[in-house]
Design a protein around this ligand. Structure first.
Ligand code: NHX
Ligand code: ZN
Length: 686
């Protein structure tokens, strides 16, 4: 029941590379484009061929410099000069050797000429030669060629689409949010966003890393076993369950348990969060559910884990946004049909986690969907110790560190809280430049997590400081003198987080609370206000949090736990979470009035009791408050010095002594024959 140490929670999680489709790398397109551009320019030759004019051609003809003439594509003439002409010096701009294209064997023309009118070009050439005195034999006729540069053509065709593709890919990348999370983009909107963990993507977490949670572990292990050898179960006629729902408060290790399943199962493991189904677009959630189950069926046997299933599984028809057909409902309906849609032995098992089982749709919880509900609770003392052991592995501890003590100091902490304590304590020790983490660092970390950041610099006037001290001393005094109160271990008037001072108790770890315990608890919660009134004759707003707590408790006593005589053994508690209590109360106006009266009475009585205790111990109260003002933090030892032993402890000792004396009595009485049988057990123990 532990989360990994908070900071490496995300870190150890391997990104499964399976879901990421082979992506077309846009860089390739740029490379291809660049290469083709280079080729293009190379094929066209290094230097562009010189252009020439009509008069220059006439001159060339007159000098008898032209070797041949080639008309290309009817609009260009290439003029090749004789070797002697080039060497003659009449063409200083041209190289003496005929140029060649890069790497091509074709000789290169010396001049090009753009033909204006094709029909008059040949006559013009011939005329010019004749007038230059060329004989019929010497006459040069132009050759005609059609040349096509296929490469250039192809490239120019390709260039435009390529550019478009590049642009498109770029836009897609932007749309999918910088490519975060791998698959994205507008076309994958209806795809499930599940991460797949296969045999190759090794999840390192195993059941050994999960401390505590023994029952939940065995239950989940069985699910893994179902997938590994289903025959064992089906041969006896049993059906493999379709799903299991992990229910429990936050931080108790539901996700952790699922991760361990992934690590142990050796079957594909799909992990998705309930909120991943939810999207603005209509129908997307449902199609994602479909896609998820399609993928899962392809990979069966496998496990699908839906975290925070309440995001989709909330009961239908409740708090509907004016219109019963909203997107979330469609998603849930799809989930319901998918879960019931395939045969039992398809080998797909759904695990889901939630901390709000009460708001889930009933249809989701019925057998055939989530057949099993695994409750994951807050760890008890021994479980906390086990969790501490897991999280203390990486931490350098001082010698003789008492893990059991830490477990005692952290009632009501979840696995995640404990992980946080361990981490925070290491940070605190590091801040103090220590080489090992000490007990005090852990205590500071616990205070920090329970109470928030210490705010020593907060300016508080002397009058206020005094009020705070007497308020807290009031709590302490009352709780010290009540039999059923939780043991107090620390009182502080250092402001922390949102509170100005606090009295810290170590609540007993019990499953049941008696009426007397609640009443005592309420009395000492009122001790703060009572003390203010008694000492200063004035009350302050500071008691807000105390009053809030006791009011809730009193109403719970009367309307839930049947602890008031006038209302009787009636409970208006609704564990089904299905009915709409919010608007209509399940009781009459008269009962409502009666409830309010009873609540008032209980609170008034508690207040009187608190004041009574304070009046009887006013000397101790002032002593305590003065000590608080001086030391700011005091512990149970100081209280014991002022008041003597706690009432509850005194009573406990009394009872022990009583039992002991009875025991000795019993030993001496063993001679009496009737009593021997009854007392023999006690004797064995002794
Ligand atoms: C405040 N908080 O918010 C201060 C910081 C009586 C010595 N004004 O019962 O911290 O006074 O035993 C609006 C108005 C909270 C908002 C009044 C929010 C009062 C805790 C209560 C110690 N210890 N109370 C306690 C305490 C407070 C509160 C409010 C508000 C105090 C007391 C809060
Ligand atoms: Zn208080």
């Amino acid at each position: 029941m532990t989360e990994n140490t908070t900071n490496n929670n995300q870190g150890t999680e391997k990104k499964p590379d399976k879901t990421i489709k082979p992506r077309f790398n846009t860089n390739w397109i740029f490379a291809v484009l660049a290469v083709s551009l280079i080729l293009f320019s190379l094929l066209n030759g290094g230097k562009p061929v010189q252009k020439t004019t009509t008069s220059e051609i006439k001159e060339m003809i007159a000098n008898r410099d032209i070797e041949k003439l080639i008309v290309i594509n009817k609009d260009q003439a290439e003029i090749y000069l004789k070797k002697e002409a080039l060497e003659s010096g009449r063409y200083p701009k041209l190289p003496t050797k005929p140029g060649t294209g890069f790497g091509m064997s074709l000789p290169k023309a010396n001049f090009t000429y753009t033909i204006g009118d094709m029909s008059s070009f040949e006559p013009f050439i011939l005329e010019a030669q004749k007038s230059a005195g060329y004989t019929e034999k010497e006459l040069i006729y132009p050759d005609y060629q059609t040349r096509k540069n296929y490469l250039v053509d192809a490239l120019s065709w390709l260039l435009f689409p390529a550019l478009l593709i590049v642009l498109w890919l770029f836009l897609m990348k932007r749309m999918s949010g910088g490519g975060a999370g791998g698959a994205g983009g507008i076309f994958s909107v209806g795809k499930s966003r599940a991460q797949i963990f296969d045999k190759d993507t090794n999840v390192k977490l195993t059941f050994n890393d999960v401390a505590g949670l023994e029952e939940a572990k065995t239950e989940v292990m069985e699910i893994v076993d179902f997938l590994k050898n289903p025959k064992k179960y089906t041969s006896l006629g049993g059906k493999i369950p379709k799903g299991a729902l992990l229910i429990g408060p936050p931080g108790t290790g539901k996700t952790m348990l699922a991760k361990a399943v992934a690590g142990e199962a050796n079957v594909p493991f799909f992990s998705i969060s309930g909120s991943d189904f939810v999207e603005m677009f209509v129908g997307v959630g449902a199609s994602r559910v479909r896609d998820l189950f399609k993928q899962a069926k392809e990979k069966a046997p496998c496990i699908v884990f839906i975290d925070e299933i309440d995001a989709v599984g909330r009961a239908r028809g409740r708090n509907a946004n004016f219109g019963s057909n909203d997107e979330r409902e469609n998603t849930l309906n799809q989930l319901l049909t998918e879960m019931d849609g395939f045969g039992t032995n398809m080998g797909v098992i759904i695990l889901a986690a939630t901390n709000r089982a009460d708001i889930l749709d009933r249809a989701l919880l019925r057998a055939g969907r989530f057949d099993r509900q695994i409750h994951v609770e807050l760890p008890d003392l021994t479980e906390r110790e086990a969790i501490f052991k897991v999280h203390l592995r990486p931490i350098k501890l001082e010698k003789g560190f008492d893990i059991g003590f830490m477990a005692k100091q952290t009632p009501g902490f979840s696995g995640a809280d404990i992980a946080n304590v361990c981490n925070e304590s290491a940070l605190i020790a590091a801040r103090k430049n220590k080489t090992v983490v000490e007990k005090q660092d852990f205590l500071d970390a616990i205070d920090r997590i329970v109470g928030g950041l210490e705010r020593k610099s907060k300016i508080i006037s002397m009058v206020e400081k005094k009020t705070i001290a007497y308020h807290e001393a009031g709590h302490a005094t009352v709780s010290w003198h009540l039999e059923h109160a939780s043991p107090l271990f620390k009182v502080t008037i250092i402001p922390r987080g949102k509170t100005l001072g606090a009295a810290w108790y170590l609540p007993e770890e019990r499953q049941l609370t008696t009426r007397e315990q609640i009443l005592d608890e309420m009395a000492y919660a009122l001790g703060g206000r009572a003390s203010e009134e008694l000492i200063f004759g004035k009350i302050s707003t500071g008691a807000l949090s105390d009053l809030e707590k006791i009011t809730k408790q009193a109403y719970a006593m009367v309307s839930f736990f049947g602890m008031s005589e006038k209302i009787g053994n009636i409970s208006f508690y609704d564990s089904s979470g299905q009915s709409d209590f919010g608007f209509t109360k399940p009781y009459s106006e008269k009962t409502a009035e009666l409830i309010d009266q009873e609540v008032n009475l209980i609170i008034a009585e508690s207040y009187v009791r608190a004041k009574e205790v304070l009046k009887n111990n006013i000397k101790g109260l002032t002593e305590l408050a003065e000590l608080l003002l001086e030391k700011e933090v005091i512990f149970s030892e100081d209280l014991e010095r002022i008041f003597g032993k706690r009432k509850a402890d005194l009573l406990k000792e009394e009872r022990k002594a009583e039992a002991k004396s009875k025991q000795t009595e019993a030993v001496t009485e063993t001679a009496t024959p009737e009593k021997t049988v009854k007392k023999s057990k006690t004797k064995d123990k002794a």
